[in-house]
Design a protein around this ligand. Structure first.
Ligand code: 3MF
Ligand code: MG
Length: 431
């Protein structure tokens, strides 16, 4: 044991507990015929909890972690502590970037040797603990070599380095039985159009993703390839702007049946959408894969990656996920970080336990709304007119025939109430 978390023991479901415990997340509780843990499929993000030193745009490191520093000894200790935390939380999954888990080497080969040594340690610990890998991913945005993009970089050598990095990370994800592989194109966009050939960059991005999909099939990786949309930050504009934009890119590359999406609450807000909008659209387009769960600060507008604490918002998100039939290979990854003043190891536990409870409350409210048909009955009634034979026939008709029918039948539609406030009141009875 690393003693980082002292004598903290695995959390239990105990609504009356004084200390850290779950007050709503009861992993074994059955909701809509499935255990809560199998609905939510929680994952811990390695980068925010174990790699991030606590800096912000105006200040540097605040956290004091014994594994910090660019050494393999530190990387091994970090892995030790990470799996201790997964077990304290009872988190069934985790996610990582290559750069989170190993020190940067002098060249690509050394970085890959460092990475693969830690991957082997992960493999041993996953076997010992039963913790799974929800998804792996490559960090193609932090190192200065990626400052002008990865697959969309004007320098083909950066495209090559990025492709080799994704191959390495996809191999590792496959080796560890990862259920998905994620690509967030944090630098796949531009700072200014003045120096950007957007056509070339979008073509290169499409070829890169096609290579990833081809390689997935070549190695027999059965996980889902996921694109994570975000409109901007750090770029001025990111090509994977939102669900609709990613879907149109996928269609252009002929990949809409090969790739799904990892949708993040904070990124939806940054794109000017609600989380449930992005989830509902992804569900309708058949590309809802997984979620990064967090929240933004609504006043600053930044992608602050805070732990979720708004049950009504979370309930509407899980409502859309349940309407989609629930996660298949996806899950709830806490792409969330402590505030930089939350220095203690116990803060990591409190933050994740509270977030897991918020998600459990949201899931239960969403499940009850769905089970009671509280919203769907109203929605069906509003579109009932489209169920008539005439309405269905009209969709296969033409403008001239429809015009004749409007005149012949004297069609003169009378508006009906949308009942928004009644529906909002219904939701508020459940959250
Ligand atoms: C940035 C993000 C990223 C992605 C991660 C996995 C560092 O806003 O959300 O978190 O989630 O790179 O794709
Ligand atoms: Mg994210």
């Amino acid at each position: 044991m690393s003693q980082f978390f002292g004598d903290m023991t695995p959390l239990t479901f105990n609504p009356d507990a004084d200390g850290p415990a779950f007050r709503h997340y009861n992993p074994e509780e059955v909701v809509l015929g499935k255990k809560m843990k199998d609905h939510l499929r929680f994952a811990v993000a390695y980068w925010h909890s174990f790699a991030w030193p606590g800096g912000d745009p105006f200040g540097g490191q605040t956290f004091d972690r014994p594994w910090f520093g660019e050494t393999m000894e530190g990387a091994r200790l970090k892995a030790e502590v990470a799996f201790e935390m997964f077990q304290i939380l009872g988190a069934p999954y985790f996610c990582f970037h290559d750069a989170d888990i190993r020190p940067e080497g002098a060249d690509f080969a050394e970085s890959r040797r460092n990475f693969e040594e830690i991957i082997d340690i992960f493999g041993e610990k996953m076997s010992q603990t039963g913790v799974g890998l929800l998804w792996g991913t490559a960090n193609l945005f932090s190192h200065r070599r990626f400052m002008s993009g990865a697959a969309t970089n004007p320098d083909p050598d950066v495209f090559a380095w990025s492709a080799a990095t994704v191959k390495t990370c996809l191999d590792a994800t496959h080796k560890l039985g990862g259920e998905n592989y994620v690509l967030w194109g944090g630098r796949e966009g531009y700072e200014t159009l003045l120096n950007t050939d957007m056509g070339a960059e979008l073509d290169h991005m499409g070829r890169f993703l096609s290579m990833v999909v081809d390689y997935k099939h070549k190695i027999g990786f059965k996980g889902t390839i996921l694109i994570e949309p975000k409109p901007q930050e750090p770029t001025k504009h990111q090509y994977d702007y939102d669900v609709a934009t990613v879907y149109s890119n996928l269609q252009r590359f002929g990949l809409e049946k090969e790739v799904k999406l990892n949708i993040e609450q904070g990124h939806a807000i940054l794109a000017g959408h609600s989380f449930e909008h992005e989830l509902a659209l992804a569900r309708e387009l058949g590309v809802l894969g997984s979620i990064d769960m967090n929240r933004n600060d609504y006043q600053s507008g930044w992608d602050t990656d805070q732990f979720p604490n708004n049950v009504p918002e979370v309930a509407l998100a899980y409502y859309e996920i349940l309407k989609a039939g629930g996660f298949e290979t996806g899950g709830t990854n806490f792409d969330s970080k402590l505030r930089r003043q939350s220095l203690d190891p116990s803060d990591l536990i409190e933050a994740h336990a509270g977030a897991m409870d918020v998600c459990a409350r949201g899931l239960k409210a969403a499940a009850k709304m769905l089970e009671d048909d509280a919203l769907e009955a109203e929605r069906r009634a509003r579109y009932a007119g489209w169920e008539t034979p005439e309405a269905q026939a009209m969709l296969g008709s033409d403008l001239e025939s429809i015009t004749e029918r409007v005149l012949a039948e004297g069609i003169n539609p009378e508006p009906r109430s949308g009942r928004q406030e009644k529906l909002e009141n219904i939701v508020n009875r459940y959250v």
